[in-house]
Ligand binder design. Structure first.
Ligand code: ADP
Ligand code: MG
Ligand code: MG
Length: 211
């Protein structure tokens, strides 16, 4: 199927709704190994992005929607997740450049570009107890599934599964990036809040890809 900015308006609204529902839980996770604001930061960023994208002419090019989301997210968030997701949405915009609608393959390219953007902006590798532990395996799983000829919904189901497994795995890791890196072994037994919010976003995108 083909995705338009009108579809992306629904997607950003869905992401914002799911993050809002988990905001307290994300703050609690961040309270254990960070400064406790992750749910508030993600909620503010996602609400701002959904609102800004929602106000666009639904006929405008998807690249513009992603760029508008990036700017809104960055302006709304003071925490480290701000520039990380702003970069993700900017890279999504670049991946969608010059297209009036996005095909399934375009949408997968957008998803992969988001993961790469987060990884490059944060200079984090998998295994460092960050949101990259959800995003990297999710993007890889989606692209692998596509290579095996799977349709888009199945690619995103694979991505969601990989993100959940990656997030779970952060529980056994020490942190090499971000605030939690100062706490040494004390973070073991706690999952990373950024990986947990990444699962929510990826799951919301997977839900969106079913339609
Ligand atoms: P802050 O720590 O500034 O309060 P948030 O609470 O919004 O920011 O986000 C914390 C999350 O950001 C962490 O759980 C981790 O997943 C992610 N994070 C921190 N630093 C990096 C980095 N360099 N690369 C990727 N993700 C990071
Ligand atoms: Mg925090
Ligand atoms: Mg903070």
């Amino acid at each position: 199927m083909m995705f338009t900015t009108e579809d992306l308006q629904r997607m950003f609204a869905g992401i914002a709704e799911d993050i809002a529902a988990e905001s307290d839980h994300l703050c609690a996770l961040d309270g254990a190994i960070g400064d406790g604001d992750h749910g508030l930061a993600m909620d503010a960023g996602c609400q701002a992005a959904a609102k800004a994208v929602g106000e666009l002419d639904p006929g405008i090019a998807p690249t513009t929607a992603f760029n508008v989301a990036a700017k809104a997210f960055l302006n709304a968030v003071g925490a480290s997740s701000g520039p990380l997701y702003a970069t993700a949405f900017m890279r999504a915009g670049a991946a969608a450049k010059d297209k009036q609608t996005l095909s399934d393959d375009d949408f997968l390219r957008v998803f992969a570009a988001m993961a790469r953007g987060i990884q490059e902006r944060g200079k984090a590798e998998p295994g460092e107890k960050t949101m990259v532990d959800a995003w990297r395996p999710a993007a890889d799983a989606a692209l692998d599934a596509r290579q095996s000829g799977e349709p888009l919904p199945q690619c995103f189901e694979a991505a969601e599964r990989a993100a959940r497994a990656g997030c779970e795995a952060t529980g056994n890791m020490t942190a090499a990036k971000g605030r939690a890196s100062r706490l040494g072994d004390r973070v073991i037994g706690h999952i990373d809040p950024g990986a947990a919010s990444a699962v929510i976003i990826i799951a919301a995108m997977a839900k969106f890809a079913q339609h």
